[in-house]
Write a protein that binds this ligand. Structure first.
Ligand code: FES
Ligand code: FES
Length: 207
């Protein structure tokens, strides 16, 4: 290569001053200082306000189970895949394992414990008992919370993946119910009985 060509194509790489122009290495990440920062918050669960101080990373599920001893909501996968942790927030269902507790201050949270008691069950709980909608029961709190919100979603006219006519109010068909409950896994396979319980509640119009 001629001197001329080197000056055109390679001068920058040959220049000793280049090293001084290299981008600075990325800054070191902040040192891990053990448990995360804590935050104070008030969670309103089943109509009762609870003052808590939790790690900012605490999920709503862990806040309910580990800090408030409300163990009805279950941890199945902790990844938003099974629905066992479903609770109601302002009447809408969410998987509490994917929600940060700190984001739910001031919201109305309802867990299975807030729906009924063994002496005075919620109609959906009674229907699950009547139709044997469970075996081990691990998924059941999530199924019941989810079913309640799901019926509300159909009533509100919210379409699902299987709603064929988006100009009409979605129907209470078995396909709609199955699709809308598909986020709640039952390892015992009590699906047909769960479906029967939900269908009865919908038909009786008790909600
Ligand atoms: Fe939350 Fe499985 S534990 S979806
Ligand atoms: Fe056992 Fe559903 S009743 S997982």
């Amino acid at each position: 290569m001629s001197t001329c060509a080197a000056s055109i194509w390679g001068a920058q790489f040959l220049s000793p001053s280049l090293h001084a122009q290299q981008p600075a290495p990325p800054p070191e990440p902040p040192a891990f200082t053990g448990p995360g920062t804590t935050t104070k918050l008030t969670l309103t669960v089943n109509g009762q306000a609870h003052d808590l101080e939790v790690d900012t990373r605490t999920t709503l599920l862990d806040a309910l189970r580990e800090h408030l001893s409300l163990t009805g909501s279950k941890k199945g996968c902790d990844h938003g895949q099974c629905g066992a942790c479903t609770v109601l927030v302002g009447g809408r269902r969410i998987v509490s394992c994917l929600a940060l507790a700190a984001m739910h201050q001031g919201k109305e949270i309802t867990t299975i414990e807030g729906l009924g008691t063994s002496e005075k069950m919620h109609p959906m709980q009674s229907a699950f008992v009547k139709h044997d909608g469970f075996q081990c029961g691990y998924c059941t709190p999530g199924q019941i919370c989810s079913a309640l919100a799901m019926l509300g979603e159909i009533k509100a006219g919210i379409p699902s993946h299987v709603t064929t006519d988006l100009t009409e109010h979605p129907p209470f068909t078995p396909a709609e119910i199955r699709e809308r409950m598909s986020g709640n896994i039952c390892r015992c396979g009590a699906y047909s009985n769960i479906h029967a319980a939900i269908t009865e509640i919908e038909k009786e119009g008790v909600l």
